[in-house]
Design a protein around this ligand. Structure first.
Ligand SMILES: [Zn+2]
Length: 231
């Protein structure tokens, strides 16, 4: 298949990080197969952001999968639990926050792996990073390494040796400022993205949850205005 670009499955939430990771996949020369998992209470806002980001990137295909993790709950993003607001830097960086969704990245990467194997793709991109959200156990490098090992054991493609699955996490050790700076170099339009854990029904960001706080602080540090609308 000379001349044909390699395929990468990219987990695209519509957030700032996943948009940047997708832009990295594109910059690396992959055709992008974007996978958006709609799992909780922010369905509509996230879906719209993911669609716009996918359009802007010119993806080869965009699949939306609905998996209602609200059936399990256990997180402020999937249950009747208030999203924390206006937390201090100490609070932001200590412990595992209530916005952690049980085993979310394991579930998401498993779906991305399933699609990749069906496509004949071996490269998966995920926008996790372990700097700003150091408390999330499924954003750590050891988790990603373990998943990559599992992926090559769990699949026909891995067992038959037709290729080796690689989990790309290009943002893993970047700060939010570094992620935004890199994304701007790559031409990411952050005005299309959505990060807030508690948007208004119209999709306006709250400006006070952890995701908004970290995002706003990073843009401020860069001397820029965050282009998304806030309530
Ligand atoms: Zn927010």
């Amino acid at each position: 298949m000379a001349g044909e670009a390699k395929k990468a499955v990219v987990l695209l939430s519509g957030g700032l990080d996943s948009a940047t990771a997708a832009a990295e996949a594109k910059a690396a020369g992959f055709d992008i197969y974007a996978l958006t998992i709609l799992y909780g209470q922010r369905h509509l806002v996230e879906r719209e952001a993911a669609r716009q980001v996918a359009d802007a990137l010119g993806v080869a295909r965009h699949v939306e999968q609905t998996i209602d993790l609200r059936a399990f709950g256990g997180s402020a993003l999937t249950d009747e639990i208030a999203v924390p607001k206006d937390r201090s830097t100490d609070e932001l960086t200590s412990g595992i926050p209530i916005t952690y969704v049980p085993a979310r990245n394991t579930v998401f990467l498993s779906l991305a792996l399933a699609w990749a194997e069906a496509l004949g793709a071996f490269d998966l991109y995920v926008g996790v990073n372990c700097v700003d959200y150091s408390g999330y156990p499924d954003c750590r490098p050891e988790f990603l390494r373990a998943f990559e090992t599992m992926a090559n054991l769990a699949t026909r493609a891995g067992v038959e040796g037709t290729g080796r699955f690689i989990i790309h996490a290009p943002l893993l050790t970047l700060t939010k400022e570094q992620i935004i700076r890199r994304g701007l170099e790559l031409g990411v339009d952050y005005g299309l993205t959505h990060s807030c854990y508690d948007p208004t029904p119209e999709g306006l960001a709250c400006g006070h949850c952890d995701a908004c706080a970290i995002r706003l602080a990073a843009f401020a540090t860069l001397g820029r205005t965050d282009p998304v609308p806030y309530r």
